[in-house]
Design a protein around this ligand. Structure first.
Ligand code: FAD
Ligand code: NDP
Length: 323
């Protein structure tokens, strides 16, 4: 469906960045349209926090708040002030012709300005056996999958040494009999608080300087993960570790492929912003994890969403000839 209407602002993405941008833009009477995505990059509308349990560090919730619940509240708040939300994935944008065009598989809309808040997705390792045992013992979301019967009272392995890896390992102790963490260096990247949680937990054992090389398991449709091959850097030896679960927590890739060369991206495909949230094309702004490889927190994503909306509002106000 194509429309001749030219919107002031379209927002792409539905995490804390997108909904905060929408809230500010709606309150500025810009009547924003927000494309929330339909499992874009494998993430539900609402973004990465829909794949976690309790969020303890978002201000205003002293007892913590369930991640999916927080995102429903953000959507409701943005809609209350006049944001229109489409649960559709943007497949392409045309930033070469003004007004810009934003297209999903259901509609093509035009807008004077765009905010990109499409977030990031969990990285995969690409080891042999990964495709075969994906969802049959291998997962990138312990919070989502830990309660499955195949992991109950079994030995499990988390790869990574960041906050996600620590959080997932800690969460898995509720279900598994033992949880290993394969950390490729001899130190964790995670915050001190998260480090303490795993270092002190009796069910968690950290395998320092260890890489996961291959996944093995049963054959046929019912075959699940049974073990992994590990490489220990200190002695250069490989060994087999019997585990029923392998959980990736090795970082994220930005959801920027739909931009297809229309904006400047860095080497890791994060959107490059200058002058706060301004992208390489005037009138296009970016916020949240799609332009932030460093902080990657709900509150920093929300904060930059606010900045993007204010930047878009000021830019639109300066374009008196088009509004
Ligand atoms: P995202 O949350 O990634 O949301 C982007 C959304 O846009 C997604 O729904 C995606 O599907 C959609 N999208 C992508 N492409 C398109 C497209 N082409 N068209 C339309 N929509 C699209 N941070 C904290 O502060 N506290 C925590 O406790 C915490 N826990 C975490 C737990 C886990 C398991 C993970 C993975 C992350 C956690 N984080 C936490 C980090 C936090 O979730 C992110 O920093 C934050 O969600 C980033 O927000 P965002 O708005 O940039 O993008
Ligand atoms: P990070 O990028 O912080 O950490 C990734 C980890 O995976 C690092 O330890 C990295 O090792 C390791 N790694 C990367 N690639 C590989 C590989 N191929 N093989 C083995 N190990 C690998 O990502 P996170 O997802 O942990 O965190 C992302 C952001 O979300 C952070 O800002 C974090 O603070 C935030 N977050 C916050 C939470 C909270 O506050 N409760 C919970 C979860 C996430 P190396 O260190 O050697 O590079």
């Amino acid at each position: 469906m194509s429309s001749t209407k030219i919107h002031a602002l379209i927002i792409i993405g539905s995490g804390p960045a997108g909904y905060t941008a929408a809230l500010y833009a709606a309150r500025a009477r810009l009547e924003p349209v927000l494309f929330a995505g339909w499992m874009a990059g494998g993430i539900a509308a609402g973004g990465q926090l829909t794949s976690t349990s309790i969020v303890e560090n978002f201000p205003g919730f002293p007892k913590g708040i369930d991640g999916p619940e927080l995102m429903v509240l953000m959507q409701e708040q943005a809609e209350r002030f006049g944001t229109t939300v489409f649960i559709e994935t943007v497949e392409s944008v045309d930033l070469k012709t003004r007004p810009f065009t934003v297209s999903s598989n259901a509609r093509s809309l035009k807008a004077h300005s765009i905010i990109i808040a499409s977030g990031a997705i969990a990285k995969r390792m690409g080891i042999p056996g990964e495709d075969k045992y994906w969802d049959k013992g291998i997962s990138a979301c312990a919070i989502c999958d830990a309660a499955l019967p195949i992991f109950r009272n079994k030995e499990l392995l988390v790869v990574g040494g960041g906050d996600s890896a620590c959080e997932e390992a800690y969460f898995l102790t509720k279900f598994g009999s033992k949880v290993y963490m394969a950390v490729r260096r001899n130190e964790l990247r995670a915050s001190k608080e998260m480090q303490d949680r795993v270092l002190q937990h009796p069910k968690i054992e950290i395998l320092w300087g260890t890489e996961v090389k291959e996944a093995h398991g049963g054959e046929g449709l019912r075959g699940t993960l049974e073990s992994v091959t590990l490489f220990q850097k200190k002695d250069g030896k490989e060994r087999q570790l019997p585990v029923s679960g392998l959980f990736y927590a090795i970082g994220h890739s930005p959801n920027s492929s739909f931009l297809a060369g229309q904006l400047t991206l860095d080497a890791a495909q994060y959107i490059v912003t200058t002058h706060n949230t301004q992208c390489s094309v005037e009138g296009v702004f970016a916020c949240g994890d799609v332009q932030d490889a460093h902080y990657r927190q709900a509150i920093t994503a929300a904060g930059s969403g606010c900045m993007a909306a204010l930047d878009a509002e000021h830019w639109l106000a300066s374009q008196k000839n088009i509004i």
